[in-house]
Design a protein around this ligand. Sequence first.
Ligand code: F6P
Length: 327
Amino acid sequence: MKRVGVFTSGGDAPGMNACIRAVVRGAIYHGAEIYGIRYGYNGMIKGDIFEMNSHSVSNIIQKGGTILKSARSTKFMTKEGRKKAYDQLQKFGIEGLVCIGGDGSFTGAKIFFEEHGVPIVGAPGTIDNDIYGTDFTIGFDTAVNTAIEAIDKIRDTADSHDRIFFIEVMGRDSGYIAIRSGICGGAELVMVPELSTSVEDVISALENEKRRSKTSSIIIVAEGGEAGSAIEIAGKVKNKLKEADIRVTTLGHVQRGGAPSAKDRILASRMGLSAIEGLLNSRKNVMAGVMKDELVYTPIEHAITIKKSLSRDLLRMVDIFNNRYKR
Ligand code: F6P
């Protein structure tokens, strides 16, 4: 394979730039020409494609976001959109792709391969850590650290004012960020989609807290849980505990930005190099990952269909900490 492309797709994640850098430098090392595609699949459809060299990725390993920009493409979900993307790749002579993104991006990659035979190797880039075939995804570690920093700060003010804070963290429909940031932030309660915690459970936990003379509490709510958003849960709790002084903080996109942690820079670099080397060695339709500190390739099909579960011991720990209030 002489000429390959690289793009970032879906929600950005800290470390994507480190991954792009590894893909570009790895391609050049192996004598391939490397093209960057801006704005993910949208840029592929439009032909927003340019040749990269070693210098294109200088001074980016420490930067958050993605120099290639990103998008969630609705056009690529259509057959016509994918045909246009294929025509553009033909025009530029691009024979294979490295896709840095999450499950939506990999689903697109799989369909594209089935329809047009363009080999794609994925590198999992998402703060959600919800991709099977890798212990951690690019950006997850940084996002958890960002969340912890915010939780620690909120803890100070919660304590000064004797308040209950509901803090909502990202994760789409998985509780990876919530469980780790909740444990690290010493949260009084962690609500993750993987464990069902009702509003009644929250109320009884807070009542128990009060009996123990605890004056402030932090409850971490993973977005996508069945009990609703942090605002909704807080509203219901306030209806019942009228005296309680309750505030809600939604951490939101702050979790997606910032300089990648050391862990994310290393992980992204390993995955980027492994992805490009896999592609140049004729691997197709696989994702590069790191499991138990070993580089592995997983079929994209498995990466997007097999549900990765939260560590059982972490779930148990949270369950024990949550249940503490029932005693
Ligand atoms: O997948 C990453 C993520 O940040 C999720 O945690 C969140 O649910 C979603 O993206 C937000 O997407 P957007 O930036 O398109 O609003």
